[in-house]
Design a protein around this ligand. Structure first.
Ligand code: CA
Length: 223
């Protein structure tokens, strides 16, 4: 797998790069967000490891820019602090997962494996509900014929809601489907992802397909 590491601290970049290379990945390192964006626009990476603390564009802004340009590459964000605010900010900017520094290389590699397993190529099949179509193989979603770019996590959550359409999907089901097993995630992250999905698949189409069912979860309903 091709992995892009965006980290300005040489020692950290070297350690992480070496660990990923030993796992058999093809690793490239860049030291700024601007370079990471250029690299992603030119090369098909399977994963981007993005440090939050960067000179110039920080990791949040870099990730947002990648998403704005339509890249759905899985992004694992390395946050300075393992706190909820940074996690939510990271997810809000379009990252798929986050890891607080300091972390162990074993933990990093486990997260990388989990994200790569859940990468676009691992989903299979198509599902359609009303005017909404999702093709897992090509990671594309269309509504009323318009193409919508989603991140890996957004795609995973939407896929589950679509497969269970009309039924309430609990937060636990969403966590289990869209996040690596055993990873402790604050439940806010689900609200963030659902909010992003609403912004992408509902608002532009003047629809309200994803219902919040208080105390139980979410339900996709398209008439
Ligand atoms: Ca840094």
């Amino acid at each position: 797998m091709r992995v892009l590491v965006c980290e300005d601290e040489d020692l950290m970049a070297e350690l992480v790069g070496q660990a990923l290379t030993e796992e058999g990945h093809d690793v490239e390192v860049v030291a700024s967000g601007e370079r990471a964006i250029d690299a992603v626009m030119q090369t098909a990476y399977d994963l981007v490891l993005l440090d939050v603390m960067l000179p110039g564009l920080d990791g949040f802004a870099t990730c947002r820019r990648l998403r704005d340009r339509g890249s759905g590459v899985p992004v694992l964000m390395l946050t300075a602090r393992d706190d909820v605010d940074d996690r939510v900010r990271g997810l809000d900017s379009g990252a798929d997962d986050y890891l607080g520094k300091p972390f162990s290389l074993a933990e990093l590699l486990a997260r990388v494996r989990a994200l790569l397993r859940r990468g676009p190529a691992d989903f299979g099949g198509r599902v359609a509900v009303g005017d909404l179509e999702l093709d897992s193989a090509s990671s594309t979603v269309r509504r009323a014929g318009s193409r919508i770019d989603l991140t890996v996590r957004e795609l995973a959550v939407l896929e589950l809601l679509m497969r269970e359409h009309g039924r309430v999907v609990s937060r636990d089901q969403i966590l289990e489907h869209a996040w690596p097993r055993g990873a402790a995630h604050h439940s806010n992250v689900i609200d963030v992802i659902v909010g992003r999905l609403r912004d992408k698949i509902d608002r532009p189409f003047d629809a309200a397909s994803i219902e919040t069912v208080r105390g139980r979860g979410y339900r996709l309903r398209i008439e």
